[in-house]
Design a protein around this ligand. Structure first.
Ligand SMILES: *Cc1c(COP(=O)(O)O)cnc(C)c1O
Length: 386
């Protein structure tokens, strides 16, 4: 049975069984190390609450978000014993909310460390934290110099219960990149001088760099959601996001007719054009203009003309008319056109395709129970947009 878009212009199917499979696959690579999950940006656009709950059932107990606001939204849906880490640390002045909402800051700067320490002092208690070290990406974390100052002053983290030292890899999806080993060496050297505690280095791609990169806790995001973790190799992850858009109308046009804003495409021959109810306001990036493709029952339908805010136009000249009725669904993200393939056509990465996915889609979460329902592999619970 095919899912229908109902009042919406498109159906976004989010396969939580595939997500669980991906989690188990990553965990199987990690040996003794814990497998956490990056659920920032609403779990890369797929719904942080639903995703986290599925991962909780798989045993995940370490969740990473970027903002305090994201942690506060997630906290009531996550069991008490699971940790929520906030990668940006505390916004200045909001430190106490981390205690109130039981989440743990990742301290990235001297300033954040001092503020967290001050709160611990005022509460006369030890407060948990992760401290991030910059090992070469120059984005977040203490610099080598700042670590030296820490070493010169052992009281620097007084009152802070250091759970993990953490760093982040800049080039992990390229397994041949010399930066991987360099960052690993730097991380190990810094760790050796600092108080002993857990360590966390690997994102999705880092897990595939081998056991040296695993330490105690990995933080995969993209691979959980089906994005290929290793450039140039077959993708071992299952697809989680499937997007289908609705045909609104079709028309026949004469040779030489322009299509869409700016008339950037003209038909070379008499053609049939289908207009589909997905546009850049839905995260169907405008850079896909004249470059994207859709599939209709496995047949390719090229996107022609510019992507509009609410619509795209397809050349469906060679598609049987019977498949082109209003309400018919065309595949936009599918096994024929994966998140990574869409990204390549849009000159971006799968991460951006997922995090751009819009809020106007009818979202269907496929869950475990549905897979047990023999009537249809597509029967699924309808998720509320989060
Ligand atoms: C986003 C992020 C992750 C997850 O990275 P993926 O490449 O999606 O696996 C892990 N750690 C940090 C610090 C991040 O910012």
């Amino acid at each position: 049975m095919q899912q229908e878009a109902g009042r919406a212009g498109a159906v976004l199917k989010i396969d939580l069984n595939a997500l669980r499979h991906n989690y188990r696959l990553l965990r199987s690579k990690l040996g003794a190390a814990q497998c956490g999950a990056a659920v920032k940006a609403d779990a890369y656009g797929l719904g942080a609450i639903r995703v986290s709950q599925a991962l909780l059932e798989e045993g995940c107990r370490h969740f990473f978000v970027a903002h305090l606001e994201e942690a506060i939204a997630l906290r009531p849906h996550i069991i008490e014993s699971a940790e929520i880490y906030v990668m940006h640390g505390s916004p200045v002045g909001y430190e106490a909310e981390f205690i109130e909402y039981r989440c743990v800051p990742i301290l990235n700067s001297v300033q954040q460390i001092l503020a967290w320490r001050k709160l611990a002092e005022s509460q006369q208690t030890e407060l948990p934290a992760i401290i991030q070290l910059d090992t070469g990406m120059s984005r977040m974390g203490l610099s080598g110099k700042e670590v030296q100052r820490w070493l010169a002053n052992p009281d620097f983290i007084q009152g802070i219960k250091l759970q993990y030292l953490m760093s982040h890899l800049a080039c992990a999806e390229d397994q041949q990149h010399p930066m991987n080993q360099q960052q690993l060496n730097t991380f190990k050297a810094l760790r050796a001088q600092l108080p002993s505690c857990g360590a966390s280095l690997a994102n999705s791609s880092g897990i595939f760099l081998g056991p040296d990169f695993h330490f105690d806790l990995a933080r995969p995001g993209a691979a959980l959601y089906g994005v290929a973790p290793v450039a140039g190799l077959a993708n071992p992850m299952q697809a989680v996001a499937h997007l289908q858009g609705c045909i609104i109308q079709t028309r026949e046009i004469a040779a030489g007719t322009g299509v869409g804003y700016g008339l950037t495409w003209h038909s070379a021959a008499p053609s049939r054009i289908a207009t589909v109810a997905v546009g850049y306001a839905d995260g169907w990036l405008r850079s896909l203009s004249n470059r994207g493709v859709a599939h209709i029952n496995g047949l390719v339908a090229p996107m022609v003309g510019n992507v509009s805010m609410d619509t795209i136009t397809l050349d469906v000249s060679h598609i049987p008319l019977a498949q082109l009725y209003p309400g018919a669904l065309v595949d936009l993200i599918s096994d024929n056109n994966t998140v990574d393939q869409v990204a390549e056509r849009a000159s971006t990465i799968g991460y951006e395709i997922l995090t751009s996915l819009g809020m106007r889609y009818q979202r269907h979460y496929v869950s475990k129970q549905d897979a047990l329902n023999k009537n249809s592999e597509f029967v699924s619970s309808q998720g509320e947009a989060q």
